[in-house]
Design a protein around this ligand. Structure first.
Ligand code: GLU
Length: 308
């Protein structure tokens, strides 16, 4: 009989060590509704194929997944378009902030990668062309792969972002001017704001990430959703582009493909081995959760889970 290591004590220890960092950094408030979140929240969840889900802290409390949603929309668009996707969006780290417009002009409206806002808007546009109600299809897909039926949008957050999303609106219009958005700009923006407003807990996010851990299948869905090589492509983009313009530093310090969001969540995945999600709302200069990044660093060093 094989015994499964209980990782809960290690996760609890990591949270204890990073807790002082929750007092530093800044909770995102450029989307006013996000600014109300309690900076003391701190949770972590780990999924292992042969061990299930281990949790510590506020791992069951839902938060705004924000840009972590871009992993799920990328998967959906990749499934629909296959490699034709790369004609609409690149796969190079941008080295610029997530909401930057600078490169779009020289790159003729083809965003550098699907995880900066410009790239995610193109992915949302693809989903608007592929589905009658793209935002509902995104929600349905996330419910399906996580096996959790009551995951939902936070309409207040979506509305708050729509009211203050001047940069995203500028970006969408700019991309449209190059012909790389097909749907009406407002449809794309509404889809994007809604997908970002989806709320999930760390425990639910690692369950959704089982799809990547299991190379394209999940216990909750009978069909194969991605091929193993597509999974490697998605996770390689997470490694190189998933943590804003700090992706190089994340790879250096942590060595895990990861996607962060300005809600303070970071979802990390090693195909075949594990998924790990951490949440702490206060962000560093680049927009990554400060305590969350350090928690991933401590955990990967101690557990040996890394792609390197
Ligand atoms: N909805 C946010 C925005 O577009 C997402 C940013 C993020 O989490 O990186 O500004």
């Amino acid at each position: 009989m094989t015994t499964v290591t209980d990782f809960t004590p290690m996760l609890q220890q990591v949270l204890e060590e990073v807790r002082p960092l929750t007092l530093q950094g800044k909770v995102a408030d450029y989307i006013p509704e996000l600014g109300h979140v309690d900076r003391n929240k701190l949770g972590i969840a780990l999924y292992l194929p042969d061990g299930g889900v281990f949790c510590a802290g506020d791992a069951h409390e839902r938060f705004s997944i924000q840009s972590i949603s871009k992993v799920f929309t990328l998967i959906m668009a990749y499934r629909r378009l296959g490699d034709a996707l790369w004609q609409r969006v690149g796969r190079e780290p941008s080295g610029t902030p997530f909401n930057s417009l600078i490169q779009l002009e020289t790159d003729l409206g083809i965003p550098r990668n699907p995880f900066i806002n410009a790239g995610a808007l193109v992915v949302s546009d693809i989903l608007c062309s592929q589905y009658v109600n793209a935002h509902l299809s995104i929600l349905e897909f996330i419910r399906q792969i996580s096996g959790v039926d009551d995951i939902n949008f936070n309409t207040r957050v979506a509305r708050s972002e729509a009211q203050h999303g001047y940069r995203n609106a500028a970006m969408a219009n700019f991309i449209k001017s190059f012909g790389n958005l097909k749907a009406p700009v407002d449809d794309v923006l509404q889809t994007y704001f809604r997908q970002c407003s989806i709320e999930m807990s760390c425990a639910e996010l690692v369950r959704a990430a089982q799809l990547l851990v299991h190379y394209g299948t999940t216990p909750d869905v009978s069909e194969t959703l991605l091929t193993p090589s597509e999974v490697r492509r998605v996770t390689s983009i997470m490694l190189t582009c998933g943590t804003y313009d700090a992706a190089g530093d994340f790879a250096f310090r942590i060595g895990l493909p990861a996607k962060s969001g300005v809600g303070g969540g970071i979802l990390a995945v090693v195909p075949g081995r594990m998924a790990l999600c951490v949440w702490s709302p206060a962000l560093d200069y680049h927009g990554n959760s400060l305590a969350g990044g350090r928690a991933l660093e401590l955990f990967s060093a101690r557990s040996g889970f890394s792609v390197f």
